[in-house]
Each structure stands twice: as C-alpha cells, then as structure tokens.
Design a protein around this ligand. Sequence first.
Ligand SMILES: *[C@@H]1O[C@H](CO)[C@@H](O)[C@H](O)[C@H]1NC(C)=O
Ligand SMILES: *[C@@H]1O[C@H](CO)[C@@H](O)[C@H](O)[C@H]1NC(C)=O
Ligand SMILES: *[C@@H]1O[C@H](CO)[C@@H](O)[C@H](O)[C@H]1NC(C)=O
Ligand SMILES: *[C@@H]1O[C@H](CO)[C@@H](O)[C@H](O)[C@H]1NC(C)=O
Ligand SMILES: *[C@@H]1O[C@H](CO)[C@@H](O)[C@H](O)[C@H]1NC(C)=O
Ligand SMILES: *[C@@H]1O[C@H](CO)[C@@H](O)[C@H](O)[C@H]1NC(C)=O
Ligand SMILES: *[C@@H]1O[C@H](CO)[C@@H](O)[C@H](O)[C@H]1NC(C)=O
Ligand SMILES: *[C@@H]1O[C@H](CO)[C@@H](O)[C@H](O)[C@H]1NC(C)=O
Ligand SMILES: *[C@@H]1O[C@H](CO)[C@@H](O)[C@H](O)[C@H]1NC(C)=O
Length: 609
Amino acid sequence: MFEGIAVLRWLCWGAVYLLAVSVALSSETLPPCPQSCRCNAALQELNCSGSQLARVPDDLPPNTKLLNLTRNRITALVQRKFQSLPQLLDLDLSDNIVAVMEVEAFLGLERLVTLRLARNRLKLIPVGVFAGLPKLKLLDISSNEILVFIDFTFRHLTALQFIKATDNELVFISHQAFAGLTSLHELHLDGCNLTAVPTEAFTQLSGLRSLHFHQLGFATLQNYSFRQLGRLKELVITRSRWLETLAANSLFGLNLTSLTIKQCNLSAVPYVPLHPLVYLVYLDLSFNPITDIHGNLFGDMLRLRELHLVGCSLLRIEIEAFKGLAHFKLLNVSGNLLTTLEAGAFHSVDNLRTLGLDNNPLACDCRLLWVVPRRQHLDFGGNPPTCSTSVHLQGRYVLDFTEAELPGLLTCRPPRILNRKPQEVKVDQGHTAVMYCIAEGDPVPSVTWLSPQLKTLSPIGRIRAVSNGSLEVHYAQPQDSGAYLCVASNAAGNDSLPVSLHVRVFPSSSKNPFRLKGWFTFPSASPGVNGNQIITFDVRTLLVVATIGLLSFFSSVSVCFIFMFFWSKSKGQIKHTATIAYVPRSTVASSNGGKGNCVEKNRFTMKLI
Ligand SMILES: *[C@@H]1O[C@H](CO)[C@@H](O)[C@H](O)[C@H]1NC(C)=O
Ligand SMILES: *[C@@H]1O[C@H](CO)[C@@H](O)[C@H](O)[C@H]1NC(C)=O
Ligand SMILES: *[C@@H]1O[C@H](CO)[C@@H](O)[C@H](O)[C@H]1NC(C)=O
Ligand SMILES: *[C@@H]1O[C@H](CO)[C@@H](O)[C@H](O)[C@H]1NC(C)=O
Ligand SMILES: *[C@@H]1O[C@H](CO)[C@@H](O)[C@H](O)[C@H]1NC(C)=O
Ligand SMILES: *[C@@H]1O[C@H](CO)[C@@H](O)[C@H](O)[C@H]1NC(C)=O
Ligand SMILES: *[C@@H]1O[C@H](CO)[C@@H](O)[C@H](O)[C@H]1NC(C)=O
Ligand SMILES: *[C@@H]1O[C@H](CO)[C@@H](O)[C@H](O)[C@H]1NC(C)=O
Ligand SMILES: *[C@@H]1O[C@H](CO)[C@@H](O)[C@H](O)[C@H]1NC(C)=O
C-alpha cells in the first residue's frame, strides 16, 4: 500500500520535473535565432552585423535587448518594423545605406535607450520618425547627408540627452527644430554649410550643458550667438579653418567652465569676448595662428586652471601674461616658436603643476633657470623642454643638467651699450634727427628710449623709437631739445646712455620760407616759449576779423530787439501806449499858480510797437 503511494509520488514528481524541463527547454529554443544573426541567449543579444542583409529580418526574438544590424545593406526602415521588440534597449543600424525612414519607423520600442544610425545616407528626417521612443537617451545620426533639421523633428524625444549629428552637411536648422528636447544635455553638430550659429533654434535647449561645433563655415562668430544657453558649461568649436574672429559680445550670456576653440584661424587670443566668462576653468586655443600672449589681459578669468595653446605660432609670452590667475595649474604651449618663458609671466610659478614646453626653439639661459629647481614637481608630459639656440647646449634636456653643471649653464650676460661715449646731436629746426643706441647682451637686450620728461617713447609719432634701437625725431622743434635716455635691458639687468639733442632754431633772416611781404610781426608774450618764437598777422586778416566782429555785434543787438518785441507782446496787461509828460523849464518857472493847466498842455503820447 505504502509502496504504491511512494511510486505514485515518484511518478508525480517525475512528471512535474519533466514538464519543468520541457518548459525550460522550450523557453530557450522557442524564438529561433534568425539565420543571418548570432544570438547570445543569456545576454539577449542579437548580432546581425556584416550579414549582407538588405532589410531588417522578420521574426526577431521578442525578448531581444540588443540588436546589432551594423554593416549590412539595409536601405529603408519601414513603419513599425520593430514593433515586436518591446524589450529592446539598444539598436545599432550604423554602416548601412539607409536613405529612407518612414514615419513611426521605431514605434513600439518603448524601452529603447540607444539608437545608432551613423554612416548611412539619410538626407532628411521626417517629422514623426522618432515617435514612440519615450526612453531614448542617445541618438547618433553622425556621418549622414542631412541638409536640414525641420521643425519638430525631435518633438517626441523628451528623455533624449545626447544627439550626435557631426559630419552632416547641415545648411539650415529651423527655429523649432529642437522643440521638445527638454532633457538634452549634449549636442554635437557640424556647421560647414551654416552661415551663422542657429541661435533661434538653440533657444529651445535651455538644459544644454555641452555643445560641440565642428567645421563652422563662417569667419566671424556674431554677437549674442548663444544668448539663451545660460546653463551651458562646455563649448567646443573645432576644425573651423575659416573662423578668424569672435565679435566682442559673441559669448555674451554664457557661463562656461570649459571653452575649446581649436584648429581654427584665430590670430589672437580673443580677450574681449572671453571677458564675461569669469567661471572659466579650462581654455584650449590650440592650433590657431596666435603669435602673442599679451601681459595682463586674462585678468578677469580668476578661476582659470588650464590653458592649452599647442601648435600655435607663439613667439612671445609677455611678462604678467597670467597675472591674477591664482589657480593656474597647467600651461601647454608645446610646438610653438617660443625662445623663452619667464617666471614673471605667471601669477605664482609655484602653483604650476604641468608645463608643456617641448618643441620650442628655447634659448637655455637665465630666463629658464626657474624651471630647474621645480623640475621634480613639474609634469612635462614625458617631453621636457630642450635647448636649441646656444650651440653647446643644443638638444639637451633642461632636466639633464646636474646641480654641479648648472651655475655655468643657463646664464645671461647683462646688456652693454656699445657706443658709450656721451653723445650730442645737433639738428636744424624742421629737419630729422636720428640718435643711435646699439646694445649687446645675452639674451639680446630690448632697447627703450625715455624723453627728457622721462616718458617712454613709442614706435609711432613724430618722435619715435624704431625697432632697431634708434630714436628718430622728425620735423625737429626747439622744444624737442634736451637729454634723452637710451635704456637697454634683458633678464640679467640694464644699461643706459644719455644722448642730448639740440635743435637749432631758424635764423631770423629773410631765408625763412614762411615769411611773406606785407606781413607784420611782433614777438610773442608767452613766457614758456623761447623768446624767438613769433606770432604773425596781416592787414587783411585784421580787416576780416573786425568785419566779423561788427557783424556779430549788430546781429546780437537785433536779436535783443526782436526778443523785447515778443516779450512785450506776450504780456497782455501791459498798455501799448505810454503817456509822457514833460514840463519845459521856462513854463515851470513862470506859472507857479496854474500848474495843472501847464501839465495838461505839455503832455504827449508815444505808442509802443
Ligand atoms: C558580431 O558578429 C561579427 C561577425 O561575425 C563579429 O565580427 C563581431 O565581433 C560580433 N560583434 C559582437 C559585438 O559580438
Ligand atoms: C555591433 O557590431 C559592430 C561590429 O562588431 C560593433 O563595432 C558595434 O560596436 C556593435 N554595436 C553595439 C551596439 O554593440
Ligand atoms: C557643404 O560644404 C562642403 C564643404 O565645404 C561642400 O563640399 C558641400 O558641397 C556643401 N554642401 C552643400 C549642400 O552646400
Ligand atoms: C558686437 O557688439 C559690439 C558692442 O555692442 C559692437 O561694437 C560690434 O560692432 C558688434 N560686432 C558685430 C560683428 O556685430
Ligand atoms: C586665415 O586668416 C588669414 C588672415 O588672418 C587669411 O589670409 C587666410 O586666408 C585665412 N584662412 C582661411 C582658410 O580662411
Ligand atoms: C555660473 O557657473 C558657476 C559654476 O559653474 C555657478 O556657480 C554660478 O552660479 C553660475 N552663474 C550664473 C549666473 O548662473
Ligand atoms: C600638450 O599637448 C600635447 C598635444 O595634445 C600632448 O601630447 C602633450 O602631452 C601635452 N603636454 C603636457 C605637458 O600635458
Ligand atoms: C634704424 O632704422 C632706421 C630706419 O627705420 C635707419 O634710419 C637707421 O639708420 C637704422 N639704425 C641703425 C643703427 O641701423
Ligand atoms: C635698471 O636696473 C636697476 C638695478 O638693477 C633698477 O633699479 C632700475 O629700475 C632698472 N631700470 C630700468 C629702466 O629697468
């Protein structure tokens, strides 16, 4: 009896087990793996890459999470083709020849997170193609032939965070093209055929954090190009070889922490446009034909930590170039034409952690001495600076010098002015005087000239310090006379030489070309001018002046009269007649008794106009 029950129980369990096994087996084998694909059932991945497929296969297993259809020959995506794949998270259609996408092509992919359509032949994305993708976060449509983004193209993609649309030939982006993209954080675009930044379209992207632009097709970034992108943190503009200038207010409205303008045609650091970016931490202007970093112009960017200027044409980084940048940690100026980099360029050289200075024609002299004690702490990115100008140091790494060697190397020679004997230059008034000042030293000293009033003279103007060290005084005037000072200075010190200039005034003979017959002269009373200065007038001038004076006198008198007329007219109460009595002396004297009569008799009336 018991045995029968036990056997029955065994049979029951066995049946249950068999059932379970068969269910398990059927669930693994039921959805067949399409012939041209390789299925990974455990990961629910379908790899149909490189299978010469001309269209999306039918009967795909409905529990697929990843579908890889890359490297096929698919030309079109028809309506609701993927409707049977509600579990799909990742769809890759890159490297096909898709030219047509029908409306609602992706409908039903309710959990899809990533959609890749790179390297296809899309020209236009019709409105409604992306309907039914509420979870999509990443869309890659790069390397297609898309010409325009029309209004509401991405309307349904409310969860979309990242659009990659580089390497298209965008000519136009409609104003409402990005409407509905409320979650978009990052956008990558190419703009080689755009005539301006699509400012209007960008106003829809209030949540954008990162914007990458490649191949902008215009020379000037216009004012207020990014005016509604207040939350943008990173702006990257690369490979825009036409871009030459940024208008003064082009970056206005942005609050960036990172700005890259690389491989463009900027010939100067855009100091003015950078002004509003006080939170900027990272600035990359590499591969632009920039020649100078000027002193003291980065002042407002107090938070700047990194500056990359790799492969520019930098010749000079001026003293105080990074003044005020208290957090400055990284400078990469490798691959430029710098002959030196002085410690005085930095706000504080001790904050510096990384320095890219390789591939520059550096002169290893005292100006680079500051690098040596810091070489242990500085990161040179594997390429320490090398010397290239002085022969005995050529090709040597700054790092290689031993402490014992150092005092003899990396030296400078202070300047010495060669034509030492005190100079005096005499010149006639109106002629040009040239004062020479030739100095030598290592590094080659720079020569400046100070006026007798100790003002530094500039290379422009009537009195100019020309670049070869000479001072030129054109159309010399008596007041130019005095002691000028030539100062030659380099990193090692300075030397100076006074040169006195004496301007001979015109002799007061008839040789003076400006004096004409019929002019009369009188000495000027001005005490500041040498007594010989004269002021000249002629009769005609005096006549003209007198005539003009008289004319103006008469006209002001007339104006006075006219004014009085209107004033009197405007006062309504004033009587327009005045009665004036006058009493002749004789009458008064003769008639003492009949006074009233006399008064009445001698009265007359005057009318005011
Ligand atoms: C997909 O299949 C192709 C062709 O067999 C293979 O080369 C590739 O490595 C596979 N990819 C993945 C992600 O498994
Ligand atoms: C699809 O397969 C290709 C080729 O193996 C591979 O390069 C690509 O990364 C795959 N896509 C995904 C989303 O895994
Ligand atoms: C876009 O610009 C590229 C490069 O400048 C050019 O070859 C192409 O013909 C342009 N396309 C259109 C539609 O203008
Ligand atoms: C940009 O704005 C500045 C200041 O308003 C103005 O001086 C400049 O001419 C403008 N530049 C362009 C290219 O519109
Ligand atoms: C770059 O700018 C220079 C002038 O600054 C100009 O001569 C040159 O043609 C520009 N290059 C391109 C590709 O536009
Ligand atoms: C600008 O950005 C900084 C940090 O990225 C932030 O602290 C600051 O509040 C922002 N300013 C404005 C006006 O949004
Ligand atoms: C400077 O930039 C170049 C090019 O990006 C890179 O190779 C190098 O390592 C950088 N140097 C440093 C010190 O970071
Ligand atoms: C410097 O250049 C000026 C012309 O710019 C020339 O007159 C002068 O002789 C030059 N000086 C020297 C020392 O060569
Ligand atoms: C020249 O050097 C002296 C001392 O080294 C210094 O006091 C002076 O300010 C320097 N003059 C100039 C014009 O640099």
